[in-house]
Write a protein that binds this ligand. Structure first.
Ligand SMILES: NC(=O)C1=CN([C@@H]2O[C@H](COP(=O)(O)OP(=O)(O)OC[C@H]3O[C@@H](n4cnc5c(N)ncnc54)[C@H](OP(=O)(O)O)[C@@H]3O)[C@@H](O)[C@H]2O)C=CC1
Ligand SMILES: O=C(O)C(=O)CO
Length: 338
């Protein structure tokens, strides 16, 4: 620590950082980044750490002479400029798990919404088709979760929380993830399978993958062609994991039934994005949220507190938690996620 003070530049605005009253020690001096009047050159030289969110960290900030550490409030770290942090020898920490229960609840909300055809049902009520709706909406798309096979893609913190939430409903749960997890399989009664095999049988495919070179547009036209016409796709990982044009085509042609999306590529969605150009009938089979799944009051408070705690650890020369290694894993930074 420099002169008994530890200087942090926060890319999280003050009114958001102080929500939930995180315990910030007096010796931790926090300044707030302002896009309109950005700090430059020497003004950056005192900062030992940056507290970041989902936005890219400006290169001049990464070049600040005293900078040692980047602490993210988020679990995702796909916006980090890997080359720059390796070149500057910076410690980078993410914040996995803090918002996983909130994201899993959001996934459950989306799953139930489509299992009960809520978008179409409400549209029919508003359109004066109340009686028709009852007969028209019955069939293989109106389901109890107990009669559904759910495929979870990415069995990390979020995937596991989601499995725990779904399990009591009695669904059959399959999963695919980079590393097979026998103890979670046993504890939650999950069945491991390959990705192609899962998408062919699943009534709902729930994706909670990080965006990496391996996962970029993993969900493409080929996978959608394998899915059932009654299938639901849910994506909370990162938008770049799904080819959005192929998804829009699959929804329009009814190759798949529905899609619940919290994340997009790019964010925010431009008005001419293929997912926004679909007609009302298709919109009733889509549920879009603006990257909100992990931002509940309690999740955000935990995210901020964990991030501050980790900055403190680093400042007092304890090893921080969740230090990322960029040596063995490739994470793409070429796609825009805010
Ligand atoms: N919408 C939102 O608000 C939020 C979105 N997220 C996003 O969700 C992602 C996942 O979060 P979280 O569950 O906390 O992260 P975790 O790191 O706990 O889990 C990610 C899982 O995905 C697996 N995985 C990674 N790459 C692949 C691949 N190419 N194929 C198959 N499996 C793979 C990992 O395997 P392994 O065990 O081998 O590492 C791990 O099990 C985050 O990276 C972030 O992008 C996170 C929080 C909030
Ligand atoms: O934690 C993350 O990665 C998020 O996307 C939070 O919004």
């Amino acid at each position: 620590m420099n002169n008994a003070s530890f200087h942090v530049l926060s890319l999280i605005p003050k009114d958001r950082l102080l929500v939930g009253n995180p315990m910030i020690p007096e010796w931790m001096k926090i300044a707030y980044w302002d896009d309109v009047n950005p700090l430059l050159g020497d003004q950056l030289s005192k900062f030992q750490a940056v507290l970041g969110g989902g936005t890219p960290i400006p290169y001049e900030v990464l070049s600040a002479t005293s900078l040692e550490m980047i602490q993210l409030v988020s679990a995702g770290y796909d916006r980090i400029d890997r080359e720059a942090v390796v070149e500057k020898g910076l410690v980078v920490c993410n914040n996995p798990g803090a918002n996983a229960p909130a994201v899993a609840e959001h996934m459950l909300m989306m799953l139930l919404y489509f299992a009960r055809r809520a978008g179409e049902a409400q549209a029919m009520v508003y359109n004066g088709q109340f009686s028709n709706a009852r007969m028209d909406l019955m069939g293989p798309r109106l389901r109890n979760l107990s009669e559904m096979t759910i495929g979870i893609i990415g069995l990390g913190a979020i995937g596991q929380c989601f499995a725990e939430l779904v399990r009591p409903f009695g669904s059959k749960i399959l999963y695919y993830s980079r590393t097979r997890n026998a103890s979670v399989e046993e504890k939650l009664g999950l069945l491991y399978s390959e990705l192609d095999a899962i998408v062919q049988v699943a009534d709902a495919v729930a994706v909670a993958l990080p965006l990496t070179e391996q996962s970029y547009q993993l969900f493409d036209a080929r996978l959608f062609a394998l899915m059932k016409p009654t299938a639901i796709l849910i994506n909370v990982g990162r938008g770049g994991v799904v080819d959005h044009q192929a998804l829009a085509n699959a929804l329009v042609t009814k190759q798949i039934y529905a899609a619940g999306l919290d994340v997009f590529d790019p964010e925010p969605l431009p008005p001419d994005h293929p997912l926004l150009l679909v007609d009302d009938e298709v919109r009733q089979r889509m549920l879009l949220s603006p990257h909100l799944a992990g931002l509940t009051q309690c999740a955000w408070a935990t995210m901020i507190q964990n991030a501050i705690d980790n900055l403190v650890r680093h400042a007092i020369d304890q090893r921080p938690q969740h230090v990322l290694s960029f040596v063995n894993e490739s994470t793409t930074t070429t796609h825009q996620i805010v």
